[in-house]
Design a protein around this ligand. Structure first.
Ligand code: TXA
Ligand code: MG
Length: 356
């Protein structure tokens, strides 16, 4: 357990951080909190250590890892060049939940990048992560610290559930803040391309650098996403999940109706909704995931909620959808993947201005 009230400098002096840094330098695996989700770290220069990440997670080896640095200027240890575009994103958003994809120098273990010529790099905004990275003094490859296919861990307990016995150390820094992973943006091209929506919104990126393209693979099932990780069914709870989209009233109405239908078939049904509407539902398990009027609270609670349905043996999850902008763009991306594409669109039952 790491004392979250300490500064980065003070944390670097603690036994826990020193031990974590020693393990990383010696080729071991250390899970640590970031502002997004817990990461599973290994020295990015050591091939066998990086291999350990893939086997501990059960991760496909064609899915490259994000390299984490503890100082902004360490980006040039890893990147072949830092373009003005990349530099402006670094200046604006680091430390923070933004990963930039840039050409690499070829000095990392090749399995970090799955043989690609580019690498994703980020500087996390979390004192424990920064202390660990600075104390280690090496770039650290770190995917989310879950078994592949499980929801990402937002608490040390989630890491323990998935990886106990498979890794050397878990640094417990309490629950993470953002709750969804970093935004991944490819800046190896002239116009930046959003590869994975995350903690930094598309609107924030556009405001910072002007034009940003969105990887067509994010929107269309017929295109292969450019971030290899985005093609897998991910963040998946064990139960079958349906995402119900539409105007609030018909959407909630459909969720209630489906819940009854599934329950009458003898299924154990879970509802994923928000605080404002929790009391509108009855099912075996009703989870309010933050407040609908507060997207950050929904993002923060999302993965915990998905894990809770698993813990409580839910067989069918009916989840409410959100309008796809701001942080809700990222939340919807994760919900769509968790649902494995199971989406129900509900038409508006009452047309606006029809005399209500
Ligand atoms: O918030 C986060 O980013 C967390 C914390 C631990 O930092 N990490 C994380 O890593 O989510 P991971 O490995 O679960 O997701 C990395 C994503 C994958 O979708 C991967 O395919 C993509 O980034 N990616 C990594 N390097 C890439 C590259 N060179 N080109 C395209 N996509 C890349
Ligand atoms: Mg992941």
């Amino acid at each position: 357990r790491v004392d979250g009230s300490l500064t980065v400098e003070a944390l670097r002096q603690t036994r826990e951080i020193r031990e974590g840094a020693r393990i990383l330098r010696e080729g071991g695996l250390v899970a640590f909190p970031t502002e997004t989700v817990y990461g599973l770290g290994a020295a990015a220069t050591l091939k066998s250590a990086v291999n350990g990440i893939f086997s501990a997670k059960g991760r496909p080896s064609d899915n490259p890892l994000i390299v984490h640095v503890g100082e902004k200027n360490q980006v040039s240890l890893v990147a072949k060049e830092v373009s003005p575009l990349a530099q402006s994103l670094i200046d604006r958003f680091w430390p923070g939940p933004l990963t930039i994809v840039v050409p690499h120098r070829g000095n990392l273990a090749e399995n970090v990048t799955a043989g690609l010529s580019t690498v994703g790099i980020r500087m996390p905004d979390h004192p424990t992560a920064l202390a660990l990275l600075q104390e280690t003094g090496l770039p650290v490859a770190a995917p989310s610290a879950n078994r592949s296919g499980r929801p990402s861990p937002t608490e040390a307990r989630h890491v323990f559930e998935d990886l106990a016995g498979r890794i050397d150390l878990i640094l417990d820094g309490g629950p993470t803040g953002v709750g969804v992973e970093s935004t991944v943006v490819d800046v190896s091209t002239e116009v930046p391309v959003l590869l994975r929506p995350g903690g930094i919104t598309l609107e924030q990126l556009t405001e910072a650098v002007g034009r940003v393209e969105v990887d067509p693979g994010l929107r269309s099932k017929d295109e292969v996403p450019r971030a290899p990780g985005m093609k897998y069914r991910h963040y998946a709870p064990r139960g079958q999940m349906w995402l119900i989209r539409g105007e609030l009233l018909p959407m909630h109405g459909k969720m209630r109706k489906l819940a009854q239908e599934y329950q009458s078939q003898g299924k154990r049904v879970g509802i994923l909704t928000t605080e404002e509407y929790r009391r509108d539902f009855s099912a075996d398990v009703v989870i309010a995931c933050g407040r609908r009027e507060n997207p950050a609270s929904v993002a923060r609670n999302l993965y915990h909620a998905l894990r809770e349905f698993d813990d409580r043996g839910v067989e069918v999850i009916l989840a409410e959808a959100f309008p796809e902008h701001g942080l809700y763009h990222s939340v919807m991306n994760r919900l769509l993947k968790a649902a494995g594409g199971n989406v129900l669109d509900v038409g508006s039952a009452v047309k606006p201005d029809s005399g209500r």
